[in-house]
Design a protein around this ligand. Sequence first.
Ligand code: GP9
Ligand code: MN
Length: 721
Amino acid sequence: MLTKNNQLNTEKKASGRLSGWKNFRLPHFLNTRLGLFTTVGVLLWFKNLLAYTTDFHLRLENFNEWIILVINPIATTFFLLAVALYVRKTRRAYITMMVIYFLMTLLLFSNLVYYREFTDFITVNTMLGAGKVASGLGESALRLFRAYDIFYWIDFIIVGGLLLTKKIKMEDRPVRARVAVSISLLSAAFFLFNLFLAETERPQLLGREFSRDYIVKFLGLNAFTVYDGVKTYQTNQVRAEASDSDMVAVEEYVNDHYAAPNDETFGIAKGKNVIYIHLESLQQFIIDYKLKDENGVEHEVTPFLNSLYHSNSTFSFENFFHQVGQGKTSDAETLFENSLFGLSQGSMFTQIGGKNTFEAAPAILDQTQGYTSAVFHGNAGNFWNRNETYKHLGYDYFFDANYYDVTDENSFQYGLHDKPFFEQSVQYLEHLQQPFYTKFLAVSNHYPYSQFTDDEAGFPLADTPDETINGYFATANYLDKSVEEFFNYLKASGLYENSVIVLYGDHYGISSSRTKDLAELLGKSKSLWNDFDNAQLQRVPYMIHIPGQEDGGINTTYGGQVDALPTLLHLLGVDTENYILLGQDLFSSAHDQIVAFRNGNYVSSKYTMLGSNIYETATGRLLVEPSEEVQQEAEAMKEAANTQLSMSDQINSGDLLRFYTKSGLKTVDPTSYNYKGQLEQIVKIEKEKGDESTSAFSKNDGKSTVDEYITNTYQGYGNQQ
Ligand code: GP9
Ligand code: MN
C-alpha cells in the first residue's frame, strides 16, 4: 500500500515531467481490477480489428461475415484475460493480467509480421520449428516492420507504465469468485454463439478445416491457435505410437495388389512434360451433354473437352470415379499425387500434410527422371494448407495468388477466374526446365455456380427449381473455354508436342442432396431417382491426352483417382513395384476394377454396394434377395475396398512412409523449398544453364512466349481476341 505522502510525491514528480498532463485525471474505473480488465480486453479487441483491416487479407463475402469478423476476438480475449480475475493476491493478479495481455499482443503481432511475409498464420508446428522460420525470414525480418506497428504496442506500454508509476492504482480487493466465474461462463457462451454464427455461414468450418484464413476470419486468432494446438497434439500422439513394424502389413498388401504394367502402354510418354489440368467440380455427365435453352435449342456445354474426349490421341475413361472425402479438392490432390486416400474425416492436407513423409509424384519424377515440378493456383496459398503440404510432397514451386494479378473483377471467393488464371500462369511456365511435372488448379466451376449467370457468360442457364444446378452448365462452359485457350497457347509455344496433358474432375459439383432436381435434365425420373443413381453420378472425367498418339479411345475400365498415379508413372516408363501406391495401373490386365468410396461403399464393374444394398452395376437393379453366392462375392469386394482404405489410413496417421526405404528414394526435405521469389529462382537456373536450358523461353531463343496467349476474357480482362 502506498502512503499518502508517497502517492503525492509520485504524482508531483509525474506532473513535473508531463506538465501538459497537469489536469489530466485517469478515469476512476481504471483503479479497479474489473475496470482495468475491461479496458485491456477492449484494447486487445481493437488491435485485432486493426490487424484485420490492415495486414490480414481475409476476403469478406458479405455483411454477415463482417459482423462475425468484428465480434470474433471478444469471446476468447475476455475468456483468457479472465484467468487473472481468479488470482486473489493484488500484485500477482495484476502481473497475471499483464502477462496475458502481453502474450496476446505478441501472438497478434508475430502473426501479422509473419503474414506480411507468408500470407499465412503461424501454426503450432511453425512455432515448434521457429528457428526454421526465422532463418527463412533472415535479414528480411526488419523490412517487415511498419511505422504503424507502434499501435500494437503503445497501449501495452502505456498501461504498463501507468501501473508502474502508480498512476493506475492497484485495487486490493479481489474480484468475487462468483463474478469471475460469471465472466468466464459469459465469454464461453459468447464463443458458442460466435461458433454457431460461423457454422451457419460456413458449415463444417472446423470439421473440414478448409483454410487457416477461414478459421481466423470466423473465430479469431486466439481460437485458431488453441484449436491448431489441440489438433497438433492429437496427430502427434498417433504418430508417436506407430513403428516400422506397422509397415509389414502395408508392404504385404501393396505387393499382393501390384498390377504389372501393360507392355503396349508402358513408357509411351517417357520423358514428356506432364501437365495436369484440374477441372474443378466437373462431373462426367457434362461430357457430351447438350443443354436445351428456353426455345428448345441445344447448347453443347464443353465442346472443347468433348473433342479431347473423342480424340485418338486421348485415353479417356468413362467409368472413372472420384474418391474424395471431406477434404474435397485436397483429397483429390492426395489421391493423384500419392495414390493414397484422404482421411476419413477432415483433410489430409490440413491435418498432416505439413508433417508427414511422402513419396509423391514430384519426388519420384524428380529423383528418377529429373523432372522439375510446379503447381499453379490463383487462390491463397494456405487454402487446404497447400503451401506447407506441397513442400512435403516435393514440389519445387508453388505459384499461388501472390503470383497473380487478382482483382475484385477477375476473381471470386475461391480466387482468380480460370481464363486470367491460365493466361497469367504462362509467364512462369515458360521459364520452367523441361521435362516438368505441373498441375493447374482451376476454380471457376465451383459451387455456388453463380459466377457467370449474367449475359456476359454467354451460356444459357438451366431451368430447374435449384439455382445451383441452373448455373453449373455456364460455369462448366467457361472452364471449357479457358482450357481451350490454354491448349492453344501450348500449341503456339511449342510445349504441346512434348507434353502429356491429363485432365481430371476432382469431385461432384452437384451434391447428392440436389440431384433429384437434376434427374430430368439427365432424362431420368425424379421420383425414381435413388442411391444407385447418385453413386453413378460420382463419375468424373479422366483423360490422358498424348499428342502424336493415335491409339487412344474411350476405355470402359472401372477405376478411381487412387489409380491415377500408377497409371501415369507406367506411361512415363517408371515401374512402380517398389513404391507404396494403393491404386493400380488402369491399363494393366491385373487391374481389379473395384472402386472404393471414402465412406466404405464401392462401385465395381459387377456390383455396386451402398450400405448393405447390393446393386447390379450394369442394370442398376437392386438385388432384393441376393443369392448366398452373390452376397459373398459382393462382401468380398467390400472387404477389398475397406482394406484399401484402412491401409491408407494406417500409412497416413502413423506417418509410416518415414520408415520405408525400399523405394530407394531420398527423403524429401521440405525446408529446401522456398515459394517466395520463384520467378527469380527459375530465371536464375535458366541463366546458369545457358545453352543447356530446356525451358520454353530458352527454346524460343530467349524470347518470351507470353504473347502467344490469346484470350477472349471474361469482363474485358486481358487481351481481347
Ligand atoms: C480452393 C479450391 C476449392 O483453393 O481448391 O477447393 P474445394 O472447395 O473444391 O475443396
Ligand atoms: Mn474442388
